[in-house]
Design a protein around this ligand. Structure first.
Ligand SMILES: [Zn+2]
Length: 315
């Protein structure tokens, strides 16, 4: 399912990790899952400022990197992402649909992780993008994240490309409920079931053994008895053509593209970067580490979203 495109390579503000004038830090506990990096340097701030000032209708796409500063780990960051730290991989769509035991395992782990996962709050980067929308700078925001942090920040001109873990729907009849409501059903069905939560993933998943999962009971759809699934595009599934077309339309109305906190490895997001390159839009990439569009981005910045974006003056 997942994945992008580019511009002319004018600026490349890639800074060297051994620069001695600024120290690498991971000060707050919330930054546990943020890759180490240097604070923004003035040249980088100036370049992004110029990019944003020149834009009148900015199209922004965000990924897991914008939420790591809210305490949510990503999958791919070097050293701190789940792929690097663990052997955990996200559930596949076909496995979820096909296997009752896979669903039982998914929901048991999701049930345990929910109280912590649902408590995460937007950080400065989410708030800046919300403000840019209010100021008329941001034309449309597309996020690949399912954590609802942009919605919690108050963004409205936004598409959640891969859905949102806070919503659940029935695969048979389409009935929708809030994930928080489902938590109550889980508790009612499993009054004595207990398991420890640790290491919550970007989709609310946690580690549990098969032994712990075995007795967990999963509710069916209240209307038809069908299978309940998070309103999230799992790996192996595709984003609906209607949603893809809608995002392409918003991109066509925009005059520049900013990628924030994504390596754009997943095609469902990457295709919009490719479309922006075809339209010859300027593209700025703000991400710690390499991305799939570094070779065609107009500007590449290696900073934390929550540190660099608040330094940009939006008028
Ligand atoms: Zn149903």
């Amino acid at each position: 399912m997942f994945s992008a495109r580019n511009g002319s390579g004018i600026f490349r503000a890639v800074r060297l990790p051994h620069c001695k004038s600024r120290s690498v830090s991971r000060a707050s506990p919330n930054l546990t899952f943020v890759p180490a990096c240097l604070p923004p340097d003035p040249a980088e701030v100036e370049e992004l400022q110029r990019f944003v000032s020149n834009s009148k209708r900015l199209f922004v796409m965000t990924g897991a990197g914008i939420s790591t500063e809210s305490g949510i780990p990503d999958y791919r960051s070097e050293g701190v992402g789940l792929y690097a730290r663990t052997d955990r991989r996200p559930i596949q769509h076909a496995e979820f649909v096909r296997s009752a035991s896979a669903r039982q395992r998914y929901w048991a782990r999701n049930f345990v992780g929910w109280p912590q996962f649902s408590s995460h709050q937007p950080n400065k980067a989410h708030l800046v993008l919300r403000d840019w929308e209010k100021l008329g700078k941001l034309h449309w925001l597309v996020t690949q994240n399912v954590d609802a942090l942009h919605a919690k920040a108050g963004s409205q001109r936004m598409t959640e490309l891969h859905g949102c873990i806070h919503r659940v729907f029935c695969l048979a009849c389409g009935d929708r409920i809030l994930r928080s409501e489902l938590q109550e059903h889980f508790e009612a069905l499993n009054p004595t079931w207990k398991a420890e939560a640790f290491g919550v993933a970007p989709d609310g998943d946690v580690f549990l053994t098969d032994e712990q999962v075995r007795n967990f009971r999963v509710p069916a759809c209240r209307k038809c008895g069908g299978i309940l699934k998070p309103d999230v595009t799992f790996f192996g599934d595709t984003v609906s053509q209607e949603k893809v077309s809608f995002v392409h339309q918003r991109l066509a109305e925009s005059d520049s593209m900013l990628i924030a906190g994504s390596s754009m490895q997943v095609y469902s997001g990457y295709r919009f970067a490719l479309a922006a390159r075809e339209k010859k839009l300027p593209i700025a990439v703000l991400n710690i580490g390499p991305t799939r569009l570094d070779h065609f981005a107009s500007l590449k910045l290696n900073s934390r979203c929550g540190e660099l974006l608040p330094l940009i003056v939006c008028t």
